[in-house]
Design a protein around this ligand. Structure first.
Ligand SMILES: [Zn+2]
Length: 321
């Protein structure tokens, strides 16, 4: 259905050659897709107000902000690689954002691999001399994320997964060693676990998940600045990354009920070199007074672990659908 409708689908305003790019999963595209055509494809109604355009049917709703890169799919935020744009009288988004950002979430069943994820690598960030973030009360990120990783491991084992940790104690390992370990055991998914810190503001708070930036685009947190827009090894898993990232972010928000900072894009070493679908989760800000006390609380860490485990289980259910 998608291929048949394609001539309707693309804004003809942009380069013709990118039509071919559609068939090449590794090419970045300058082509746009009209939101009205996405609505048609998904059998959704479309309406707009001053700030947003909403696509909706009985199963899903997608809200695009008119002046920015944010989208909410079923109320979970994610960042587009390019802002929503008005072409003539119609709003559109970049084609790659449709193909490899929105569509994997709405139609996760299109994933071609259908490989049941069994081996999960959990990567507690930092360790040893690398403490990671330090809270005003001297709580160390490396300890918090290690505890969360152990708790997540126990939950996932109960659900039949084989779980490996990149570090089994408080030792220092390099980012490359974490990737090498993931390759060696032939993992199906890689999840790096971190707690956030803001250098200037104590008010910054909330949960965010990162997955690899698509080839040819800026990462979310350095949009418009000098970026290295290269293809990275993990771009092989762009479709699955989006499914995994959304599954993790939505399940973390659901259970933690903290501010949703969204599913974002970055070329962090551990995810960009990962040999399987990969994500990095930030479970709260150690520099925020409320979240620091939450992260110190075992019950909150258990909730984070359940959020991550639920995300892994949701990913499995989505791709096998
Ligand atoms: Zn960290």
């Amino acid at each position: 259905m998608y291929l048949i409708n394609r001539s309707l689908f693309i804004c003809r305003t942009v380069i013709l050659s990118s039509f071919l790019a559609f068939f090449k999963s590794d090419a970045s595209s300058n082509t746009s897709v009209f939101l009205k055509n996405i609505a048609r494809l998904y059998s959704m109604g479309i309406r707009s107000n001053d700030k947003k355009i909403e696509l909706k049917n009985r199963y899903n709703n997608i809200e695009f902000e008119k002046k920015g890169r944010r989208v909410w799919i079923n109320n979970i935020m994610l960042y587009l690689h390019k802002p929503c744009q008005k072409v003539g009288k119609s709003w559109s988004i970049n084609e790659d954002d449709f193909r490899l950002n929105i569509d994997p979430i709405i139609r996760s069943y299109k994933n071609s691999s259908k490989k049941t994820p069994k081996k999960i690598v959990l990567d507690p960030g930092h360790g040893g001399g690398d403490t990671g973030a330090i809270s005003p009360n001297r709580v160390l990120e490396k300890q918090i994320v290690y505890d969360i990783a152990i708790l997540t491991k126990h939950i996932l084992i109960k659900h039949g997964f084989k779980v490996y940790l990149t570090r089994e104690n408080d030792n220092y390992i390099t980012l490359d060693q974490r990737v090498e370990f993931t390759k060696k055991i032939k993992a199906d998914l890689f999840i790096s676990i971190h707690a956030n810190a803001a250098s200037s503001s104590r008010s910054a708070n909330g949960i965010e998940t990162f997955i690899s930036t698509l080839e040819g685009f800026d990462s979310s947190n350095s949009y418009g600045r000098l970026n290295n827009r290269v293809r990275v090894p993990n771009n092989k898993y762009d479709f699955s990354n989006a499914v995994l990232g959304y599954a993790l972010q939505s399940n973390l928000i659901k259970i933690l009920k903290r501010y949703d900072r969204g599913l974002r894009r970055a070329r962090f070493k551990v995810i960009k070199n990962s040999p399987c679908p990969a994500a990095l989760v930030e479970c709260g800000f150690l520099t925020n007074e409320i979240e620091e006390s939450l992260l110190r609380d075992k019950n909150y860490r258990i909730k984070v672990a359940n959020g991550i485990a639920n995300g892994v289980r949701a990913y499995k259910a989505y791709i096998l659908k």
